[in-house]
Design a protein around this ligand. Structure first.
Ligand SMILES: C[S@@+](CC[C@H](N)C(=O)[O-])C[C@H]1O[C@@H](n2cnc3c(N)ncnc32)[C@H](O)[C@@H]1O
Length: 411
């Protein structure tokens, strides 16, 4: 009988690391992957998996560096190509993501996750029609994955296949044990398709995910292709109505995103803080460096917790993710000092209330907004009808509003 083989310490270490990784113990798993790499620097699994830990922690440059090293060691292994493609897509490097995911799928055609990532990357590249085939395949292979149904629903909506979009969102909703966040997204999508009542706001998880994905290419796309102008227009309105651009005000930029609005507001601010739901948008804003502090928060939770803290609150292209604006205006009234200013944009439309548009953003009726604002103790200082940006080659009509909080009542 052959003597038992001595245990392979590298295999044992990898096994232990993977178990910790699966249990969500990222730091402990990373420490073991590193130990393994110290012994075997070209261990492709350890390189890839350590890269995936970085991806889960949101450090995409480090994740890409490590996964690329795994691909360099084993260029034909579909598992590493799939991980690289998914991470590139998350980092907004879309053309390379599409090439890499196609290479992975050429070697492993029935990889439902890569099919979904490919579809989502094509959709993000503005090719929803091309996204449909891989997404249909993804749901056929993994019919219980609600995320894949939702991705198909989004792509079909963008490709103007509205029946398919509604059917796919419906299938997402049918999945047993569906997470509440995914259910809210499916209902939101159905409402935008005219099937079901409009909710009071876009689900926070949907907004966070949307802008996390958008963050790496947001500025290029918005300022470039979409001709986005809201931050500059809001700053112009402030100047026009005599708000001194002398660097003296305490300013909070609500939904600050990557900091386009912060740069426009900076001349007014002695102290400029930014707030956003999306950690990746905030990471971009941090890199720009025009804020004195940044907060990851929902504006509806944050404002009431900071009474009378600011002279100026701004929200450029943010309130269109909320339907009922009464809570946001109430929060602004609470967070402003008496006599403080709120400056924001909304997408103009619908009479008598708000409606969810096909672009998954809300449109508001300026007349209703004026009466809501008055009820919260605001005076209307100024408003202007503007074009906020272009969408599908058409102008998006908007309304800018500048409100002053009543000094006397301290509303
Ligand atoms: C279209 S971007 C505009 C970013 C920036 N204000 C600008 O003008 O470039 C909208 C931003 O609002 C954020 N946002 C939407 N709803 C929010 C909420 N309820 N609380 C905090 N941030 C929100 C999104 O995460 C996103 O970064």
């Amino acid at each position: 009988m052959a003597p038992p083989r001595p245990p392979d310490p590298a295999a044992a270490l990898l096994q232990e690391a993977v178990a910790l990784h699966r249990a969500g113990e990222l730091a402990a798993a990373a420490a073991r992957y590193r130990r393994l790499l110290a012994r075997e620097p070209r261990h492709a699994d350890a390189l890839n998996l350590l890269g995936l830990v970085f991806r889960q922690q949101g450090d995409l440059p480090q994740a890409l560096r490590l996964i690329r090293r795994a691909v360099a060691v084993a260029p034909d292994a579909p598992v590493f190509l799939a991980a690289l493609g998914g991470t590139l897509a998350e980092a907004g490097q879309l053309p390379e993501a599409v090439r890499t995911l196609r290479a992975a799928l050429a070697r492993r055609p029935e990889d439902a996750v890569s099919l979904r990532n490919l579809g989502q990357a094509l959709c993000a590249l503005g090719q929803p029609g091309a996204a449909l085939a891989p997404l249909r395949q993804a749901v056929a292979l993994a019919p219980f994955a609600a995320e894949a149904w939702l991705a198909l629903a989004h792509a079909a909506r963008e490709a103007e296949r509205l029946d398919e979009a509604a059917a796919a969102a419906g299938r997402a909703l049918e999945q047993p044990g569906l997470a509440a966040e995914l259910a809210a997204q499916a209902r939101f999508l159905l409402a935008a398709l005219g099937q079901g009542p409009a909710p009071e706001r876009a689900p926070a998880a949907y907004v966070r995910e949307l802008f996390d994905q958008y963050a790496p290419r947001f500025e290029q796309e918005l300022a470039g292709r979409l001709g986005y102008r809201t931050p500059g227009l809001l700053a112009e309105l402030l100047r026009q109505y005599g708000v001194p651009a002398e660097g003296r005000l305490a300013v909070l930029d609500l939904g600050c995103g990557t900091g386009l609005s912060g740069r426009a507001l900076r001349p007014f601010a002695g102290r400029l803080e930014g707030l956003d739901l999306s950690p990746r948008m905030l990471a971009e804003a941090r890199r720009v460096g025009c804020y004195d502090a940044l907060h990851e928060a929902d504006l509806l939770d944050f404002l009431p917790r900071h009474p009378e803290a600011w002279d100026l609150l701004a929200a450029a292209d943010v309130l269109n993710y909320l339907g009922d604006l009464a809570p946001a205006l109430g929060g602004m009234a609470a967070a402003l000092r008496p006599g403080g200013l709120a400056a924001f944009s909304v997408e103009r439309g619908v009479a008598d209330g708000y409606a969810l548009g096909p672009g998954l953003r809300f449109r508001h009726d300026p007349a209703l907004l004026r009466s809501l604002a008055a009820r919260q103790g605001f005076h209307l200082v100024a408003e202007a009808e503007v074009v906020l940006r272009r969408e599908h080659d058409a102008p998006v009509p908007g309304q800018l509003m500048l409100l002053r909080k009543d000094r006397a009542t301290g509303a």
